[in-house]
Design a protein around this ligand. Structure first.
Ligand code: NAP
Length: 271
């Protein structure tokens, strides 16, 4: 079922930088009207300008909002739906990382990760679903993570939030399979964004093992995913083989990950 984003109304959370900002550009270049939201007004304004240049005829919008304020999410969803004239595509993208060994995690960090990476997109999705269903359809794209599938070291809290949103999306997709609302899951590997520069995080363990991709590679993959009506994609695609390997024997996979981690941690001392 081909899906053309031309003329569609698209709401993208976390549109002020990285993946969300580039998705906004990509959807606008495809002819969509884009709504973006995040906390940094100055950065949203820059992205809105890019969208206006890409598709000058559309009435692109932006909202400054902290999506971890859960009580604000439903009113915002309805306001954005009204302002855009009915959202065709919701992109749940806003999220924060946490790279830290499990024994060093703070409880308040664990809670705030779950709030922004899981509870908030669930609230937004549940707020918009009735209207999408009443209009006969829509697309819900959720930017999860390879972390949801691969148990990366030092990412227990983060990976759990992404596993939670992944499970939510999978079950929701089954519930609404023939409703006209389609769900899509996106698992980025390493995409070059500010997520790796945020304070209070350890350095990424992936290092040179996974070369980072530019956000545009992710945007291209998502637009193709919508067009192909593919439920789940990994970016880069080769992660699907690693995920399949883990599914064969999780214990063996985890033992291999622990050996890889030990080797990495020993490497600086050997140098
Ligand atoms: N980059 C990767 O390799 C990678 C890999 C796997 C998954 N992902 C996922 O991709 C998504 C986008 O991340 P990114 O890599 O593009 O990082 P990013 O550049 O840091 O973007 C994160 C976005 O989320 C927004 N955001 C964070 N907290 C928010 C809050 N409380 N309220 C509203 N907006 C909030 C940020 O905007 P403000 O700061 O302006 O609020 C920003 O626009 C995340 O869900 C992340 O987990 C990324």
């Amino acid at each position: 079922m081909a899906y053309n984003v031309d003329g569609k109304k698209v709401l993208i959370t976390g549109g002020s930088s990285g993946i969300g900002a580039d998705l906004a550009r990509g959807f606008a270049e495809g002819g969509a009207t884009v709504g973006i939201c995040a906390r940094r007004t100055d950065r949203l304004t820059e992205v809105l300008e890019i969208c206006r240049k890409a598709n000058p005829d559309a009435d692109h919008r932006m909202w400054t909002i902290d999506l971890s304020d859960l009580d604000a999410v439903q009113p915002f969803a309805l306001e954005a739906d009204d302002a855009l004239g009915g959202i065709d595509v919701l992109v749940n993208n806003a999220g924060i990382p946490k790279r830290r060994k499990v024994t060093e995690l703070r409880l308040d960090e664990v809670d705030s990760l779950m709030t922004i990476n899981y509870l908030s997109p669930v609230r937004l999705t549940l707020a918009l679903l009735p209207r999408m269903l009443a209009r006969g359809g829509g697309r819900v794209v959720t930017i999860s993570s390879i972390a949801a599938r691969l148990a990366p070291p030092s990412e227990a809290a983060y990976a759990a939030t992404k596993a939670a949103i992944t499970a939510f999306v999978e079950s929701a997709a089954v519930d609404l399979w023939d409703s006209g609302v389609r769900f899509h899951l996106v698992n980025p590997g390493i995409i070059e964004t500010e997520l790796f520069d945020l304070p209070d995080n350890d350095a990424s363990m992936a290092g040179d093992d996974v070369p980072p991709l530019p956000p545009a590679a992710l945007t291209d993959a998502v637009l193709k995913q919508l067009d192909d009506d593919t439920f789940e994609i990994n970016v880069p695609d080769w992660f699907k083989d690693v995920i399949a390997g883990k599914a064969q024997d999780t214990g063996v996979f985890l033992a291999g990950s622990a050996a890889w981690l030990a080797q990495k941690q020993a490497a600086p001392q050997q140098a």
